[in-house]
Ligand binder design. Sequence first.
Ligand SMILES: Cc1cc2nc3c(=O)[nH]c(=O)nc-3n(C[C@H](O)[C@H](O)[C@H](O)COP(=O)(O)OP(=O)(O)OC[C@H]3O[C@@H](n4cnc5c(N)ncnc54)[C@H](O)[C@@H]3O)c2cc1C
Ligand code: SF4
Ligand code: SF4
Length: 361
Amino acid sequence: MPDPKFTKPWHGIPREEIDWHPTINEDACIGCGTCVTGCSRLVYRFDYGKNKAVVADPLNCLVGCTTCSNTCPAHAISFPPLEYVADLLSKAETHHHVEDELVERKEQLFWREEIPDEEKVKHLIVDSIEKISDKNMIITLRPKSEADCTCQFTPGQYMALRIPGKDWTARAYSIGSAPRKDGSFEVDLRRVEGGRFTTWAFEEMKAGDELVGIGPMGGFWLRSAPGTPLLFVGRGTGFAPIKAMIEQQMEFNPSRNMMLYWGVTDTSDFFRLEKLQEWKQKNPDMKIVLTARTLSDGFQPPEGILFRQGTVYDALASEPAVLTHWDIYVAGPTKTVRSVLDVLRNKGVPEKNIYTDSFGG
Ligand SMILES: Cc1cc2nc3c(=O)[nH]c(=O)nc-3n(C[C@H](O)[C@H](O)[C@H](O)COP(=O)(O)OP(=O)(O)OC[C@H]3O[C@@H](n4cnc5c(N)ncnc54)[C@H](O)[C@@H]3O)c2cc1C
Ligand code: SF4
Ligand code: SF4
């Protein structure tokens, strides 16, 4: 019998709607019993006559667990692909259910003090909002007081932003500009369908609003030896940390050997193209390739900048330069980062030369 203790809804989804349970290849099963006694949720029983394990209560199985498959000496147990679970988790309702539970059970679940490091908590004011399209905008945040200054950070890092008065956990946003004396910085925002923070930002946020920032955080920063050529690959707002890195290089080492690939969905998603032109003027040898799956508004790339229709990883696959001695910085949605890594591996780029920043999604 399914045990109600184990068949509760999973992050808000009724358990019976989720097709996750082990399947035994009876021919391969050698009847060792490891899965039967090892699963504490009584998914299995043992057929003492046939000397085989049996999946008796599949709904008792913990969604996403594959322990019994990992420990089966005969490799007789299989599960649906883990992408099935990833897809369930990528639904806004599931994600928000997890987030709401974190808030509700905070007393029980908290690990450290609420504020990890006073030094890292900044009160930030929305200084300006620049709408690029329905889906993209650039906001500038400035420190509320001197103590809130984000003057010291390494380009590539991010801030976790929280909206005062909302019980949501903080969201990570890359700092999209090199350090400035006044502590202000840009954030490039992409609207996510059903997303809590970005829906608020696109529909309600106005200049003068206050946000709480935790940071700067993250280990995605330029760590290459001087003189090493640098390839930057960004997808969507993955361009933000790269923009901050290149901006800094343009200040201190503008003639460095650099190359940029930046891909978006539609050409209307590009922003700050004037920056690219500025960089090209400072470093005429810098190769810049823009990619988009679709074109709108009679898009023409700025002078000297290349454009390829399609994905950023397909464009990169056609890059004729030998990249094995380049350091490569990749930022954007996890799936794109993975595809870019595949391309780089095929090109023989050693793993140690690649640095990544995955945004999720
Ligand atoms: C290190 C880091 C840096 C980031 N930098 C930026 C940045 O510079 N600009 C920017 O716009 N975003 C950035 N993000 C993504 C950002 O943190 C949020 O995840 C995103 O803005 C969605 O927040 P939300 O509250 O609107 O959506 P949520 O309410 O958190 O989620 C709603 C739905 O969208 C899905 N989802 C969550 N995040 C993403 C995503 N990134 N892409 C697609 N679907 C998603 C969820 O699974 C859920 O189904 C970064 C993420 C990381 C980890
Ligand atoms: S662990 Fe594998 S071999 Fe052992 S009883 Fe279970 S399915 Fe059969
Ligand atoms: S995956 Fe985990 S919960 Fe599911 S049957 Fe195996 S051990 Fe039990």
